[in-house]
Write a protein that binds this ligand. Sequence first.
Ligand SMILES: [Zn+2]
Length: 469
Amino acid sequence: MGAGAQAQAPIGDPHDGSQRAVSAGRHAVVSAPAQGPPQGQGGLRCATPSRLASGGGAASFLPPGDCDGALTNALPAYSPLNLDLVEIDVVFHVIEGAAGQGTVADARIHSQIDVLNEDFRALPGTLGAAGVDTRIRFRLAETDPQGNPTSGITRTNNNTWFNDTGSYWNTLAWDPQRYLNVYTNAASGALGYVPFYPATGPVGANADRVVLLWTAVGRNAPIGPPYDLGRTLTHEVGHYLGLYHTFDGGCGGAACNASGDLICDTAPVAAPHFGCALGAQSCGTPDPVENYMDFSDDPCVDRFSEHQARRMRCTLLSWRPLLARVVPPAPGSSYCVAQPNSIGVAARLTGTGSAAVVLDDLTLSASPLPTNVFGFFVVSRTQALIPNAGGSAGDLCLGAPIGRYSRQVQSSGTAGRIRFDVDLALVPMPTGFVAVQAGETWNFQLWYRDTVAGNPSSNYTDGYSVTFH
Ligand SMILES: [Zn+2]
């Protein structure tokens, strides 16, 4: 675990009697906004402290200081277009209460990761398409701190911790320099919060975390509209990567990169907006109500700005250097669409390594699968779409002739994942083994057992196509 671990209540935690100048007022921690959410829909939008309440940054200033608590130098060098695609490993710590509250199904957590990626990558065709692609993506951790395979989800039953009291992070945290630790519980009456900003708090300490209200996790979250699209975590991870509320510091001063939210391409805004106040003007220009860092409703927000993206990339370089991994180019590409399985998720196939025949280092990975089910890969040089092939709940995406790696049956284990190192010299075909040649395209899928309501059935991942060279 990181150095400097300490029991630290979030600044602005509603249970914290000190109640400094917290800006995050859905329901008035300090100063009530003019408008609030409908009653019974989550209380505080966000209990993350305001920028100035969090210390201003000077004490923790570290080089290069282009994104500290007092300044943003949004240099082109921090533009995502000039930087590698990076990936952050996320662990979800689901904390449940004694009465069974706090349960969050795997499928909802997977959908939450999808929402993060849609929003941070501004993926075309999604609700986040209007934003800037930060070239930061997220995945559930595949390896735990001990090096063992994991689903990236831990589950703990503890009533004190469910109520967001007690220093649960000292027990549950995975090395916060390597993992983004997300805890789901009652979140102290807010939809979510981070306890401190990276430029001004103990980055890497056990307390370094994001806390998310358990009913606000993922798509179609049970909290219901208007907070049910998973945007609370998008907002909180924005804080975690160094962003302030767009209304932090109100209209700000003359230097847009050293006052207000420290961001020059988000228009100044005097106070948080709720609902969807499109067209509002509070500081003389249209307010950025569609920005993830306002308090607008989930369907209303759809973007980070370019300078926000640069500040987040600067934060990863300056304050969280170990957190994000550079993503190597994928050896192949996905095609076809998988059908949801018994855990409510469409399992996907990904490839790592390369498409070089001489290197012969292609590895395929299928997840998320139900735990402890068996499966094997199938392979073909042609693509097809055969719905519910052979009575399966899934679709076969390969054309004949199809080979089966039936000697390499594997279990998905407790992590719900099957990995396979492809041997390019020994691809099974109905007529015997063949060797992959440079210039050939091969298509892969995983078939797996998936029992639904006691009926043994099967399913497939999507397809993964690799053109070898
Ligand atoms: Zn916030």
